[in-house]
Design a protein around this ligand. Structure first.
Ligand SMILES: Nc1nc2c(ncn2[C@@H]2O[C@H](COP(=O)(O)OP(=O)(O)OP(=O)(O)O)[C@@H](O)[C@H]2O)c(=O)[nH]1
Length: 764
């Protein structure tokens, strides 16, 4: 069937301008019969129904598909793509034709929509359309359904398919073209019409000769339909519902196709304007008839409807729409989620395995999520709003769960880095000379916190890094406390070392030359040193932000440490041998040297006893200084004041007494030796008596040599102070000689005994 462009344009313009008028009667009886339905209709153009006027350009053959033949055809999604309706969203319409078999339905559709449904061969006059066929309107986003004719001879009394296909058509189409011969008017038996959603019934009266005005025919038909409606058994609660609650009606007539082919074509083209010209006053695809099924979900919706129809279940279209929405939203969500997941892959390894930090992770996550949500919105927002919104929330939750893994990973990595940065920065700061610990910690804290906060942007989630931040701050505070304690310890240790150095020399000096105020001096030195240390501690404490309690503790610690250092030093200085040595040298100094420091030569008239007594009296240890340090569990100050215990004092005193007594005896002996002089007469007697021997030696060279040698030997022994060794050698040699002599004598006695024994045996 061909309808020329000129005819098409003329027909459309005629309709828009009623003055020019169509020769045939295109009465839309809904104007008279269902005024209320027509009057409230909004002009379709403003409702966004598609308008495609490229009838002429769309010259490619349009494929058709048998969508139902008892069973459903699963190829509909592919055909929707072929028909370029896959992405049409709501911008498509559905029209179905319904009527008795061989009433020219396919012919009408082919004429109206440029489809290629099978038309009956005139010679055979048998059913051509079986099941339900679908195609797209030429140059329009219109799905056209050619439904198997009703009251068909081929199906006989089996009217089940009729009922099912009618229900299916009503549920899935916006407009139903009810095709009738003029002579069928008044005979209509459509007892299976039980539809629910509001649909436009466009009743086309074929072979309308014109003798009976269309308005009259329409009135008769309307009366029949209402009668049928009244006779229908209606579901509970809907007993009083009217046919107009579910249907709007339009009536039109078409001239005889065989007798008036040109006129027929003209009127068909004219009628087409109602389908593809939204500006047409009788445009059929009003928005309110739209089933609100997005094109990409149409096949599922249609499939579900057919399933329900087949199983004789209630056709609850809203539920079907919800089910469809759930199914499709899930599908759309899965597709979006798959793309989303792929986009997250490059982030997983660096964050979760390599502990890397992605600087703009927040922005990237936001962008990837937005892409997924947008993609979901684009396709799913057309479905049932309640379901769509619910599924959208579900999807966002699902996306957020995935992103949360990265978020938590990133937090963990940031946490690590923040701690590391804090430690590194603090170490670097503490290496600087004259650093202020409190300032250094503050600046490091700030840097690390900024790193943590700047790297995260958290869009539209209930995620929070508050806990993580709190933990981090706690760790920072622990780290800084530890660093502070370490630094403070280091400082106090070096202070203790300093105190030790300061105390060491004065203590040695004081104890080497003890004066009555030696202990006082030592304690004074200790007090001064501790005071200096305290001043330094004050300064340190300020830098370390230490509390007054900490400072007090540190000071008392310093006092104790310094005291222990002092005690240690005193103990070293007063170790037994050292003390004895000191006592001895002190005693010697007093006893053996005079007030001018010259060695004293004791004379018989010297009062050795009083000197000895005075020297001993000078050694008097005094540990009572009235100084006090707080005692602790491990430290008893009173105890620490006892430098020499009583027992030790007695022991040292005894040992010292022995040594001093030796000095005393030596002094006494020296007096005796100087006192015991040889009398002159004895010397004169010795010279007189030994004169001859002396002369003999002088005169005899051998005696002389021996004498000189003996004198020289004696001098060397005296000069080198070798009397001791010489004495030992002589005594050893003498001892050895005595032993050998004794052995010889013993041997000789033994031999003599044996000989006597032998002799006695022989004699016997
Ligand atoms: N008298 C008359 N005959 C027509 C008209 N339109 C089509 N025919 C003829 O009627 C016969 C049936 O046409 P179809 O278009 O196949 O009818 P149908 O309703 O689709 O048939 P089924 O699909 O088998 O139910 C064909 O021989 C057409 O030429 C018309 O307006 N008037």
């Amino acid at each position: 069937m061909k309808i020329s462009k000129s005819v098409y344009e003329r027909e459309c313009s005629m309709k828009k301008d009623p003055g020019k008028g169509s020769t045939h009667n295109h009465v839309t009886l809904n104007e008279t019969l269902v005024e209320q339905d027509v009057n409230h209709l909004t002009p379709p153009a403003s409702k966004g129904s598609i308008s495609t006027t490229s009838w002429e350009k769309d010259t490619q053959p349009i494929p058709r598909l048998q969508i139902v033949d008892e069973h459903q055809n699963q190829d509909l999604p592919a055909y929707l793509e072929k028909w370029n309706l896959g992405d049409a969203g709501f911008k498509y319409n559905v029209v179905a034709v319904f009527g008795s078999q061989s009433t020219g339905k396919s012919t009408l559709l082919n004429g109206l929509f440029g489809t290629s449904f099978d038309v009956m061969d005139e010679n055979q006059r048998s059913q051509t359309t079986k099941g339900i066929w679908m195609s797209r309107g030429r140059g329009m986003h219109v799905l056209v359904m050619d439904v198997e004719g009703t009251d068909g001879r081929e199906r006989g009394e089996d009217q089940d398919f009729e009922r099912k296909s009618a229900l299916f058509s009503m549920a899935t189409s916006e407009v139903i073209i009810l095709n009738l011969w003029e002579h069928q008017v008044g005979l209509y038996q459509g007892a299976n019409m039980g539809f629910k959603e509001k649909t436009l019934l466009l009743i086309v009266i074929r072979d309308h000769v014109g003798s009976t005005p269309l308005a009259n025919l329409a009135r008769t038909l309307q009366a029949d339909l209402e009668k049928i409606w009244a006779g229908l058994s209606k579901p509970e609660g809907l007993e009083n519902c009217k046919i107009h609650d579910y249907f709007d009606f339009m009536y039109t007539g078409l001239p005889h196709k065989v007798l008036l082919p040109e006129k027929f074509n003209e009127e068909v083209a004219n009628l087409r304007c109602r389908f593809n010209d939204p500006a047409h006053p009788d445009f059929v695809f009003k928005p309110e008839y739209h089933k609100r099924i997005p094109a990409d979900g149409y096949h599922i919706y249609a499939s579900n409807i057919w399933d329900k129809v087949l199983t004789n279940k209630d056709l609850d279209l809203p539920t079907q729409q919800e089910l469809l929405a759930q199914y499709r939203c899930d599908e759309i969500s899965n597709v979006a989620f798959e793309i989303f997941s792929k986009k997250l892959i490059p982030f997983r390894q660096p964050i979760l395995e390599k502990a890397q930090i992605i600087e703009d992770l927040g922005e990237q996550m936001l962008s990837i999520r937005k892409e997924a949500v947008d993609s979901f919105d684009k396709n799913a927002s057309r479905y049932h709003q309640g379901v769509y919104e619910k599924k959208r929330l579900e999807m966002i939750t699902k996306l957020n769960i995935q992103l949360n893994v990265l978020f938590v990973g990133q937090l963990k990595n940031l946490h690590k880095k923040a701690i590391l940065t804090f430690d590194e920065n603090l170490k670097a700061e503490l290496k600087k000379p004259n650093y202020n610990f409190a300032v250094a910690v503050e600046s490091c804290l700030k840097d690390s916190q900024e790193l943590f906060l700047n790297a995260l942007i958290l869009p539209d989630t209930d995620w929070s890094y508050v806990n993580e931040l709190n933990t981090l701050e706690e760790e920072f505070s622990q780290a800084s406390t530890k660093a502070r304690t370490d630094e403070f310890k280091k400082m106090t240790k070096s202070l203790a070392k300093q105190v030790e150095n300061e105390l060491s020399e004065p203590v040695t000096l004081a104890l080497n030359d003890p004066k009555p105020d030696a202990w006082h001096k030592i304690i004074q030195t200790y007090t001064n040193t501790v005071e200096n240390g305290q001043t330094t501690l004050d300064k340190i404490a300020k830098s370390f932000n230490s509390s007054s309690k900490e400072l007090k503790e540190s000071i008392s610690d310093l006092r104790l440490q310094a005291w222990l250092v002092l005690r240690k030093k005193i103990d070293e200085e007063l170790a037994d041998t050292m003390l004895l040595l000191k006592l001895r040298s002190r005693f010697e100094e007093k006893f053996r040297y005079d007030d001018h420091g010259l060695p004293r030569v004791w004379k018989p008239e010297d009062d050795i006893d009083s000197h000895f007594k005075r020297a001993k009296e000078d050694i008097n240890l005094n540990d009572d200084e009235g100084f006090e340090i707080e005692s602790t569990e491990d430290f008893d100050f009173k105890q620490s004041l006892i430098v020499l215990s009583e027992a030790k004092q007695i022991d040292i005193s005894n040992r010292f007494k022995r040594e001093s007594d030796a000095f005393y005896l030596e002094a006494k002996r020296s007096v005796v030796s100087t006192t015991a002089k040889i009398p002159t007469w004895a010397i004169l007697a010795m010279v007189f008596l030994g004169w001859n021997e002396f002369m003999t030696i002088i005169k005899n060279p051998i005696y002389m040599v021996f004498f000189v040698l003996f004198i020289s030997f004696g001098y060397v022994i005296f000069a080198l102070n070798l009397w001791g060794p010489l004495e030992r050698i002589i005594s050893t040699v003498a001892g050895e000689a005595t032993r050998i002599a004794k052995e010889r004598i013993a041997d000789t006695v033994e031999i003599a005994k044996e000989q006597t024994h032998h002799k006695e045996k022989k004699d016997q």
